[in-house]
Design a protein. Structure first.
Lengths: 146, 148
């Protein structure tokens, strides 16, 4: 991989490993969870009912793992320009995100170039809730531009 | 009942066609904090060469979920929803899902591995469009806890 001055341009093949290409903070509330439940069809009550979460031994009402996965990758779409450049996206759900009824939960997403080859880039997403990283091996492989 | 290893290689019928609606894509985009206009504005999507709004990458889960329902409803699967944890998720794309697509998914269980008292079940849903062309393959790893 070569160095380049064109670091903000995802079509540049010279983009460097370690470059942060996008980051954002998303504040989740219980309303966010209800909205995702409706949009996705995942109506498991552990994502909106404290009594059920407690009964099954959880530390509280949890964000859907797929909500965390979904909002994480959206962080890079503006930088990509076209979400159709995403070739592959995978995560491990390693830590639950408890969404407090009053305070919600703040998730921070940092997207960094992890690897570069001739035809694609690997962007590594670090998703944190406070000090805790909640997704493992969250990696997006994207097609390099023309 | 523990997870049935004979699920691997079983033939599942394709799911009924799912017609992707523009308002559904907008609703899903809002739910995953997808703010880029390609997900909500048809003109922005058309400037990128798509016929209509582009679904966020994880929208494929909505289609894959139809196959997971098939898996859970197999009478001999040994998979109980209340003991199921979503451990990993992966998508491999040929192209993004776009409003107007009519999508069908075909389930394949590719692995059942013992894990503690339970099992790790890997399932793949191959999602194709009305022409039969590949759109995305969704892979889930489910951790099925053992019975108490």
């Amino acid at each position: 991989m070569s160095s380049s001055t064109n670091m903000d341009d995802p079509t540049a093949s010279g983009i460097e490993v370690g470059t942060i290409v996008a980051e954002r903070t998303v504040h989740l509330t219980r309303e966010s969870l209800v909205r995702y439940a409706g949009a996705s069809g995942d109506v498991n009550p552990i994502h909106y009912r404290d009594d059920v979460a407690e009964r099954v031994g959880l530390p509280g009402v949890l964000a859907h793992g797929m909500l965390t996965m979904g909002l994480a990758v959206e962080t890079i779409v503006e930088w990509l320009g076209d979400s159709g450049r995403i070739l592959e996206y995978g995560v491990r759900f390693t830590r639950p995100v408890v969404v407090d009824a009053e305070d919600g939960a703040e998730l921070t997403v940092v997207a960094k170039v992890g690897a570069v080859d001739d035809s694609s880039l690997r962007v590594d997403l670090t998703v944190s809730h406070g000090e805790t990283v909640v997704l493992g091996k969250a990696q997006v492989r994207v097609r390099a531009g023309a | 009942m523990s997870v049935n290893p004979e699920l691997v290689g079983r033939d599942f019928p394709p799911t009924a066609p799912y017609l992707v609606g523009r308002e559904k894509v907008r609703e899903f985009a809002r739910a995953v904090f997808a703010t880029d206009p390609q997900h909500t504005d048809p003109a922005a999507a058309q400037r990128l060469g798509y016929t209509d709004v582009v679904a966020p990458p994880t929208f494929a889960m909505v289609i894959q979920d139809l196959t997971l329902q098939q898996l859970l409803s197999e009478p001999d699967s040994g998979i109980a929803l209340e003991r199921t944890v979503h451990a990993e998720q992966r998508f491999r794309y040929t192209r993004p899902i776009v409003a107007g697509d009519e999508l069908t998914a075909r389930l394949q269980v590719t692995g059942v591995r013992p894990f503690g008292k339970g099992a790790m079940v890997t399932s793949e849903a191959e999602i194709t469009d009305a022409d039969g062309s590949h759109v995305v393959t969704a892979v889930s790893v489910l951790l099925i806890g053992g019975e108490e």
